[in-house]
Design a binder for this molecule. Structure first.
Ligand SMILES: [Zn+2]
Length: 166
């Protein structure tokens, strides 16, 4: 499960609106609340198994999103895909480290389609350990869903809204 404070969701929604009809993208940083192994009854069973496969059958580790970092979308066709600008990624990573946070996910927007991973999203999901939050502006109100994408497959990640930052 991923916990996202409303203030951060609002930040992401307004970022998405500001560039619509182009897609926007960014990183989500925060802290991991419980280890994956803990949630599955102890670490022992996990050893020796491909952690990707293990995780893929379950949910990613519990995490609390504490910061969103917008990254410029440099895709050639920004209306239907996104490519994160490398320099901005490096500087966001640096900030994440300085704050002692971890990368817990990515976000991007779908200005005109539902909040489900597109074919491109599945192909280009380079981070099997991260949750991928997708914001849809297709309806009057923005909506979002969160996904875990690994080896072309997708699993929806539970999201809990709210949660205060400490
Ligand atoms: Zn997408």
């Amino acid at each position: 499960m991923i916990h996202i404070p409303d203030t951060i969701l609002e930040e992401i929604f307004s970022h998405a609106r500001s560039e619509s009809p182009d897609e926007v993208c960014g990183w989500l940083a925060g802290s991991l609340r419980h280890g994956f192994a803990e949630r599955n009854g102890g670490g022992r069973g996990v050893e020796g198994l491909n952690p990707r496969v293990m995780r893929f059958e379950s949910q990613p580790r519990d995490s609390l999103v504490e910061k969103a970092y917008s990254i410029p979308n440099i895709a050639g066709e920004p209306k239907s895909r996104f490519v994160m600008e490398p320099e901005a990624q490096i500087s966001a990573m640096r900030k994440v480290r300085e704050l002692g946070l971890e990368l817990v996910g990515t976000y991007h927007s779908h200005p005109g389609s539902p909040a489900r991973p597109s074919e491109k999203d599945r192909e280009l999901a380079l981070y099997p350990d991260l949750a991928h939050l997708i914001v849809s502006l297709a309806e009057y109100r923005p909506s979002f869903r969160c996904w875990w994408i690994a080896e072309g497959g997708i699993v929806e990640v539970e999201v809990e809204r709210g949660g205060r930052l400490v």
